[in-house]
Design a protein. Sequence first.
Lengths: 115, 112
Amino acid sequence: AQTVTQSQPEMSVQEAETVTLSCTYDTSESDYYLFWYKQPPSRQMILVIRQEAYKQQNATENRFSVNFQKAAKSFSLKISDSQLGDAAMYFCAYRPFGSNYKLTFGKGTLLTVNP
Amino acid sequence: NAGVTQTPKFQVLKTGQSMTLQCAQDMNHEYMSWYRQDPGMGLRLIHYSVGAGITDQGEVPNGYNVSRSTTEDFPLRLLSAAPSQTSVYFCASSYSGYTEAFFGQGTRLTVV
C-alpha cells in the first residue's frame, strides 16, 4: 500500500522569507501524481501544485515550487516570499497514474507565518 | 458554476441515529469520493465511485454506505452513528483518473 509521510507537524516562517515543507512517499508504481493541498482555517481544500512523476522538470506555480526527487521518493514544497495568507495546513497527496481514483494523504504540516 | 456542494456544513447526532451527508457536483465529473479528516490523521478515503452505479470501498469504509444513482450526486449514509464517527467529512470529485480532485467545503459531524 502507498504511504505518504510528512515529518514536520508544524513549521513557522517570517513574512517574506522562504520555507520548505517536506514529504516522502512509498510506492511500487512507476507512474503517479503528487499534489500539495492547502487547507486554511475556512476548511476548504485548495490545490496548490501538482507533479506528474514522468516529468523530470519540477512544477512551479508563482511563489510555490516543488523539489521532486523520484529515486528518493521525495516531494518537498518551497514557498517563496511567504505571505500571511499562506498560513494554513498543507497536505501532501499521492495518486497512482490512471487509478480508479484513490488519493493518499499525509498527516499534514501546519504552517504559521509571522509578521 | 458551484463546483462541489456539501450539505449540511455542521451536524450534531445522537449515538444510534442515522443521517445522510449530501454531495453534489455540477462539473460532470465521473469520479467522486468521500474522505474523513481527523486531527493528526490527514484525510482518509471512505468510499469512492468511478461512475453512476459503481462504488467501492476505501481505507475506512466500516459504518458507512454509499450509492451513486446519478453522475451529479454521491450521498454518504451513516446507518447508526457512533462517537468514533465524529469527524470532518469531505466530498471530492474529479473529471478522470488523470486530473486533480476538487473538494467540497466539508461537513463537521459530532456524534454525542
